[in-house]
Structures are given as C-alpha cells and as structure tokens.
Unconditional design. Structure first.
Lengths: 137, 98
C-alpha cells in the first residue's frame, strides 16, 4: 500500500481545563512555560515548538496536513474513519477528525491564509502572518 | 492500544507516518520531530523533556505541584517523574542521561 504522506507535524496539543485562569497561572508561573497567547476561553503556551493549548473540553491532538480535503479523501479510500468532515474553523484552520482502529481521535488541520494562500505551520504562525496583511492594509 | 499490530499498520500504512522503532509492546513513529508512541495497554501519556528530573521534581514540589510518581529510572533509559495539573491532566517529565 502506498503511504499517504499527508501528515507533516504535530503543531498543537489541547488540554482540557475547568478554570482557565488557574490553569494559565499553573503552566506559566509554576511549570514555567512560555505563554504565547491568552483569550477569555483559550490560552496557548510554547513547549519547544509545539503549542500547548488550554481550553474547555477534553484533550485533543492536532496533526498538520498538507491539504485537509485531499488527506480526508485519500485516507478514507484507505479505510480510515472520520468522525467529522473537513470544515473551516473561526480561528482560521480547516479541520477534519480521524479516528484510529482503537478509537483514538486526531484532528487533521491545515492553515492557509485566506488572503494570499500562504501555507502556515501552526495557528500562531497564521496569526503572525495575518498581522503582516493588516500592516499592509 | 489493544491490538498493537493493527494500530501500527494504521499509523504506518494509512496515515503514512515514519516508523522509528518497534518492540513487541511499543512502537514509535516520528511526526515532524515529535515522537508518537503506541503502547500495548495503558492510557495516553504526554512527555515533557526536563533538564534535570531531580531538580525539576524538587522545585515544582516546593511550588505545590502534585506528583503521582517520584523520580525513577526506566528500562528504556530515561529518568521520569509524573505530575498532575490542577485539573488532573498528567505529564511525565523525562530526561535521558546514561
């Protein structure tokens, strides 16, 4: 069987927390991670190039793919099951959720700038990239 | 994982990940520099590389962090200690020094 090769890296792991402020204080002040972004419902830390996200819900592992739609189609043809179909997210990613034979879920994602089409490696890279467009506009 | 062979075949042949090492009860894949391990039995574990397990353990404990395992040597060559965050999420600190 030919390998798919769609998966490029693991840019993000989301941890489920119930009290965001308390969790942020823990990871920032006690564990000593570098905080990159904090909003009312989500915070992101850098762990040596991998983003650790804190938010509501359960743990989620994100895998960057070259093209979510192609990956979804290709992997389905190889027998992989998806629990969500490709769809755009408000934070700029296009995602689809794949499940392995044991029921472990992974979110396949890609970040493509809607203005110029640049392929970004992570959410934070997309955020930085969008600032450049803002500066030009 | 309950069926390691079937799981490993999925990650290698369907997802197309690069297999680095394979044992009878553990398989490691590379995902762009992050190691994804498949383990027979057990639950999901996230590993964080620490500079020094003893120092990290002591310093975090002094700051009130709860550890569920003390620093210990592992058969695969790492020294590890596992702590939990305020929500019960577990992280295993590890360090490789022989």
């Amino acid at each position: 069987m030919e390998k798919s090769g769609h998966v490029l890296r693991m840019p993000h792991i989301k941890i489920g927390v119930s009290d965001l402020k308390k969790a942020v204080a823990f990871y920032e002040n006690i564990v000593g991670l570098e905080k990159k972004s904090e909003g009312p419902t989500y915070a992101i830390f850098n762990v040596g190039g991998v983003e650790l996200g804190l938010g509501a819900g359960r743990l989620e592992i994100f895998l960057l793919v070259d093209d979510v739609d192609k990956a979804c189609q290709d992997l389905k043809e190889k027998g992989a099951k998806f629990v969500t179909e490709p769809r755009d997210q408000p934070w700029g990613a296009r995602i689809a959720t794949i499940v392995d034979p044991e029921g472990n879920e992974f979110i396949l994602e890609s970040f493509k700038c809607k203005i110029c089409g640049k392929f970004c490696q992570s959410y934070l890279e997309l955020v930085e990239h969008m600032k450049e467009h803002k500066g030009q506009g | 994982m309950s069926d390691l062979k079937r799981a490993a075949a999925f990650y290698e042949n369907v997802l197309g990940l690069k297999k680095i090492r394979e044992w009878s009860n553990y398989v490691v894949f590379d995902v762009g520099g992050v190691q994804l391990g498949l383990k027979l039995g057990g639950k999901l574990e996230i590993f964080l590389l620490a500079d020094n397990i003893e120092k990290a353990y002591q310093s975090l404990k002094e700051k009130g962090v709860k550890f569920v395992t003390q620093p210990m040597d592992q058969p695969w060559g790492a020294r590890t200690a596992t702590f939990v965050d305020p929500d019960g999420n577990m992280f295993t600190l590890e360090h490789f020094k022989r």
